[in-house]
Design a protein around this ligand. Structure first.
Ligand code: PMP
Length: 307
């Protein structure tokens, strides 16, 4: 943080110093996970002296969809949330890569797990963030012994806080086994996603990724990769993927706000192809990093400049 950067948060309708944005231990969402959240990256472009927020309005639209699915009462529009965020970011004055976390949570100090008839608030905080997982050296993974929860258990298209217990179990299992990341199967036994990222595989120069019926979160980065790949003339199919197809894939990569675009070198001790980044993954990753940094004029509509 430079001396001109301020650590601020949006809390209870105001921009406040981050250390003042605290909730009570009696908060409903803290007890029951009754909250929905987002994660949005901002990339600082040194030569343009600007911070570019990636698909800000799309992220807020997904946040509001998550709230709607869960029946959380919330009345702000994506536009209003964009404007609050830009205000917060301008006052914070970051000149580096950041990550923001908006969360709509049940703020009442009450018992009884429910979504109806509970007061909500939105909070937004900012972190400095470069890579969350390594994007260059290849990730080691395992198919988790934990199954991805399905849509009729916890709605999978909502990014709901309580659902991350499932992610935490899978992530810990993978890391405690000396690996970087977990891959979930869905309730039918097909490939779903990583603990906090979507998954793609490449076979015979074509890309496949699980569809939304495989209990995935519909990632904004995933949607961007689908667009970029088809702009590059690469065939992409959303379909059911069998576990054993992972082992014989030519390339596998993850996409997500945190993970960005990161390649997988190993699944369940089986090396993927030559154990090096594949050419399609490399092409997509390179273009993705150019786009998010504001170096590709064709994709500038995905970025909101802060300054
Ligand atoms: N799946 C899960 C479970 C996630 O937590 C995330 C991260 N938000 C993703 C996929 C990727 O979504 P996005 O590209 O919108 O960040």
């Amino acid at each position: 943080m430079t001396t001109n950067t301020k650590n601020l948060s949006y809390f209870e309708g105001k921009i406040v110093p981050a250390e003042e944005a605290n909730i009570s231990i009696q908060t409903h969402a803290f007890q029951y996970g009754t909250a929905v959240f987002g994660g949005i990256r901002g990339y600082y472009n040194e030569s343009k002296q600007n911070l570019f927020m990636f698909r800000l309005e799309d992220h807020f639209q997904r946040l509001l969809n998550s709230a709607k699915i869960m029946q959380l009462q919330f009345d702000k529009t994506p536009r209003e949330l964009v404007s609050i965020t830009l205000d917060l970011l301008k006052q914070s004055n970051y000149k580096q890569n950041i990550y923001i976390r908006p969360i709509i949570y049940t703020s009442a100090l009450q018992l009884s797990p429910r979504f109806h008839d509970v007061k909500t608030e939105i909070a937004i905080y900012i972190l400095k963030l470069d890579d969350y997982l390594d994007t260059q050296n290849g990730l080691t993974t395992m198919v988790s012994t934990w199954q991805r929860f399905s849509d009729n258990q916890i709605p999978t298209l909502a990014k709901a806080s309580g659902g991350y217990v499932n992610s935490a179990l899978a992530k810990s299992e993978a890391v405690q086994n000396g690996l970087d990341e977990a891959i979930f199967l869905d309730s039918r036994g097909f490939v779903s996603e990583g603990s906090a990222e979507n998954i793609f595989l490449v076979r015979n120069n074509e890309i496949s990724t699980p569809s939304i019926v495989s209990s995935i979160l519909e990632g904004i980065t995933r949607k961007s990769i689908l667009t970029i790949a088809s702009d590059l003339g690469i065939k992409v199919t959303e379909r059911d993927i069998s576990r054993s197809e992972l082992y014989i894939a030519d390339e596998i990569f993850f996409s997500g706000t945190g993970v960005q675009v990161a390649w997988v070198k190993e699944v369940d001790r089986r090396k993927i192809a030559a154990g090096q980044i594949g050419s399609i993954t490399k092409q997509l990753q390179t273009l993705f990093f150019q786009i998010v940094r504001g170096e590709k004029s064709e994709y500038m509509s995905w970025l909101t400049p802060v300054y």
